[in-house]
Design a binder for this molecule. Structure first.
Ligand code: ATP
Ligand code: MG
Length: 165
């Protein structure tokens, strides 16, 4: 079991330098004590990819917010890790294709940033390997929110502090 707040903190720590360089305000908007079953470093990698995209495809001095939201789907506990930016956004016709290997949107910023187009295909692979999913909401010129959804184990913390009540 891996604590989701630790995954998210680690992903933010890894991306902080890049955020500072672009004067992007990277914040943890909300978190929760939830655990998921899986590989810590793969999950950190997945969240880092989303955070780094959010930084790369935003203007300088933009805001990137990460939140951890425990919820249920058909009564099954899940946790949603949301990465929101107010960056360039993604056209509707590109929103499915960005998860394909090597697919990069063919305009300005993504070309300049010189990635390989593999990041999101890896995120999807890791999500599915953990019984979860990744989806995107976006509006061109307004921003994007990527949601990584994973099966949660809310009652089963790895290192819960003993409550002395
Ligand atoms: P890398 O392999 O280094 O991650 P990449 O960032 O180009 O390269 P992906 O992370 O797979 O590859 O993203 C694919 C494309 O989706 C990007 O090139 C970009 O066009 C678009 N994209 C991804 N995230 C965002 C975002 N938050 N806002 C706007 N466009 C995005
Ligand atoms: Mg990327």
């Amino acid at each position: 079991l891996v604590a989701v707040d630790e995954i998210v903190s680690e992903a933010i720590a890894r991306s902080q330098e890049r955020a500072n360089k672009r004067h992007v305000n990277l914040i943890l908007a909300s978190t929760a004590r939830v655990s998921v079953m899986g590989d810590r470093w793969q999950l950190v990698d997945a969240v880092s990819n989303l955070v780094q995209n959010a930084i790369n495809y935003s203007d300088e001095r933009a805001r990137v917010a990460v939140s951890v939201i425990p919820t249920t789907v058909d009564g099954v506990p899940v946790v949603e890790i949301k990465v929101s930016d107010n960056g360039i956004g993604i056209r509707p016709e590109d929103q499915e294709r960005i998860f394909e290997r090597f697919y990069r949107v063919d305009y300005g910023r993504s070309r300049q940033s010189g990635g390989t187009g593999l990041g999101l295909s890896i995120v999807r692979h890791i999500a599915v390997a953990h019984g979860g999913s990744v989806r995107v909401w976006s509006r061109p010129g307004q921003g994007s929110t990527f949601t990584l959804q994973l099966p949660a184990h809310p009652g089963d913390q790895p290192d819960t502090e003993e409550s002395s009540s």
